[in-house]
Design a protein around this ligand. Structure first.
Ligand SMILES: Cc1cc2nc3c(=O)[nH]c(=O)nc-3n(C[C@H](O)[C@H](O)[C@H](O)COP(=O)(O)OP(=O)(O)OC[C@H]3O[C@@H](n4cnc5c(N)ncnc54)[C@H](O)[C@@H]3O)c2cc1C
Length: 341
């Protein structure tokens, strides 16, 4: 491993100034970054520890929005009543991720900045990977090893998926990522924070600039977040990344018809994939009409481009979305959704 300097940033200005020096990496919980150093994915000259910055708070703002500091631990957010009770999709996405030990160390900002789990990206011997070395090729596509790859938004350069469970829940909640840099603060919709290879070179994983850091995530206060659910399909029951996942929020009318629904999928692209066409089609659909739910969800798959080995994800993702809608609705009881049901 290459030698690097280590400094703990005493305040935000110092962290932002340090980021202007090329070869600098931030470290928060360290649960991702230290693996990258060992695997040769990153070889920084300077590590800047940001755990001393005042970004750990979780609280509700004047318009009911939940503000989550970028350095809040995954376990702290999962246990917070504003996640566990008011926005169950948030708590579930966190509790189904990693392990208790990791969640006690790992931060919200670090979770969003984690990188793909494509084995060719993570390989400790040098394999062609455009995400690691631009222009080197894609070993996964060359080997036709496509079972885990994307069905939306991929190119011949890269078809990796993004592994964050939290990001999928945030996309369904219409959350915003707050970012600070030399030019001040800017707001990025959570659904647009991760970049697909259609949007940027595969080496650009997120919308974060090289001299920026995430300060917080804001989640709007909406009654629909109470009827919400995160469903994660994985190859074993715990401590595993999603093959496919679905995050939903729901508003029901008194006769159990869908007033509005928001659906984001994980495991299908290099960003959470919102099913906006399906969301439109679901409005006015009776929750008990399973065929109608499936037909509405299927509309969003007109653009799906499965690879030879991952056609199964089309069916799996559609079923996960429908099941998540029904499971979210089961949370209801009179008044659970702002009185509309
Ligand atoms: C074995 C294992 C299993 C896992 N399983 C899952 C899973 O099932 N689901 C899931 O979602 N995740 C999973 N993870 C990923 C885990 O959630 C991340 O490792 C963790 O959230 C990273 O947070 P961290 O604070 O440790 O980040 P670090 O390792 O400290 O940093 C990771 C990256 O984020 C950057 N960074 C950190 N904070 C900021 C900030 N505020 N602004 C800008 N950049 C920042 C760092 O510079 C670095 O580039 C797993 C990880 C491991 C090791």
């Amino acid at each position: 491993m290459k030698e690097f300097t280590y400094v703990k940033a005493p305040d935000m200005d110092s962290a932002l100034t340090a980021l202007r020096t090329p070869g600098t990496q931030l470290v928060a919980g360290g649960t991702e970054l230290l693996n990258w150093l060992k695997e040769g994915i990153e070889a920084p000259d300077h590590l800047v520890d940001i755990t001393g910055l005042p970004l750990t708070g979780i609280g509700v703002g004047p318009s009911g929005q939940l503000r989550i500091g970028a350095l809040a631990r995954m376990s702290d957010l999962a246990a917070h009543p504003e996640a566990a009770r008011e926005r169950p999709v948030l708590a579930e996405s966190l509790l189904l991720a990693a392990s208790p030990q990791l969640r006690n160390m790992a931060t919200i900002g670090g979770n969003l900045q984690q990188r793909t789990r494509c084995p060719y990206f993570r390989a400790d011997t040098a394999l062609p990977c455009n995400k690691r070395a631009s222009g080197s090729g894609c070993a996964a596509l060359q080997a036709d090893d496509t079972a885990q790859l994307a069905i939306f938004g991929w190119t011949r350069e890269c078809a990796a998926t993004h592994p964050s469970d939290l990001a999928v829940a945030l996309a369904a909640l219409d959350a915003t990522v707050l970012v600070s840099g030399a030019d001040g603060e800017r707001r990025v919709p959570a659904v647009a924070f991760h970049l697909t290879p259609e949007e940027a070179e595969p080496q650009h994983h997120t919308a974060l600039g090289p001299d920026e850091l995430i300060t917080a995530v804001e989640v709007p206060g909406r009654p629909s977040a109470r009827l919400s659910h995160y469903l994660k399909v994985r190859e074993r029951a715990s401590y595993e990344f999603a093959v496919v996942s679905a995050a939903v929020t729901l508003e029901l009318t008194a006769d159990d018809t869908i007033g509005s629904a928001r659906i984001a999928l994980g495991g299908v692209a290099h960003r959470p994939w919102r099913l906006t066409a399906a969301e439109e089609a679901l409005r006015g659909t009776a929750l008990a009409d399973n065929d109608a739910l499936r037909a509405a969800v299927a509309i969003s798959f007109a653009d799906a481009r499965p690879l030879p080995g991952n056609g199964y994800k089309v069916q799996l993702a559609q079923r996960a979305a429908v099941r998540a809608l029904r499971d979210a609705a089961r949370r209801g009881g009179p008044g659970a959704n702002g009185g509309s049901r």
